[in-house]
Design a protein around this ligand. Structure first.
Ligand code: ZN
Length: 261
């Protein structure tokens, strides 16, 4: 397919899928159905007309506000539409085998709503993390058969156990949601690449904490380690890098982490 057409198709499909992921991010923490009712304003309940359901464009045309109550549309929806459209474009252009690209898209479909939920609510719902772990297992099984099931189960266990111990004995630092999310990530990446996931997550988490600390006003700054910064988004980033750039993960594992391949 012509690369221009492929890019347009990836952006359009990503925008539509991103709309659904945004609905997941808004409704799952509230315990609402993700299928009914249809899309509506989260403030006044006005149903959206078909012209207000076009991903990205509807948000731009309405200037991000409800036509009835004029209150701002929840940022999860446009953020999800924009980022999914761009991610689909990135994956379409990534020089990787189709099976790796498909795995990346499935993983992203759990990573994005969990990231948005963790940022707003500081929790990672088990319904999404456990579904993610099962999706990773099913994906590995369909791609690699029996070996894929072992690869995925080993990744999930090695991801879960240490993080669950940390969450149990140091509950201020981690939650059990982080342990289930790392188990789901391990079911996609397998056990060896979990090291790069944790390396990226810890490194970017520390950088983000330092940036927030230094940008805060002095009177509100407090202790650097006293802030509750959600760890889920950083784990998601580590998972995407480990799955999207497996060659880099292998180099890090073999040369820096000294894990035999
Ligand atoms: Zn409204």
């Amino acid at each position: 397919m012509n690369s221009f057409l492929l890019s347009c198709l990836a952006l359009a499909t990503g925008g539509i899928w991103g709309s659904f992921l945004g609905v997941l991010a808004v409704r799952v923490p509230q315990g609402l159905s993700i299928l009914t009712p249809n899309s509506r304003c989260d403030h006044c309940g006005t149903s959206l007309s078909p012209s207000e359901l076009v991903p990205i464009f509807s948000w731009i045309c309405s200037k991000g506000r409800c036509r009835n109550c004029d209150r701002p549309i929840l940022p999860e929806i446009p953020v999800s539409e924009f980022s999914t459209a761009l991610f689909f474009l990135f994956v379409a252009l990534l020089p990787a085998p189709p099976v790796e690209r498909a795995g990346l898209l499935v993983f992203f479909s759990f990573a994005l709503p969990l990231t948005l939920i963790d940022i707003r609510h500081h929790r990672l719902p088990h319904v999404l993390t456990l579904s993610g772990a099962l999706a990773g297992l099913a994906f590995s099984a369909s791609a690699r058969g029996h070996d894929g099931i072992l690869f995925s189960a080993e990744g999930a266990l090695i991801g879960f156990i240490p993080m669950a111990l940390v969450a149990t004995f140091y509950s201020r630092g981690m939650g059990m949601g982080d342990a289930f999310w790392l188990a789901a990530i391990g079911s996609f990446t397998g056990p060896r690449n979990l090291s790069i996931v944790l390396l990226v997550a810890s490194g970017t988490g520390i950088l983000a904490a330092l940036a927030i600390h230094s940008l805060s006003r002095p009177e509100k700054r407090g202790s650097l380690f006293g802030k509750a910064l959600p760890f889920g988004p950083f784990l998601s980033l580590g998972g995407i890098l480990a799955l999207g750039f497996p060659e880099i993960a292998q180099i890090v594992n073999s040369h820096i982490m000294e894990i035999p391949l």
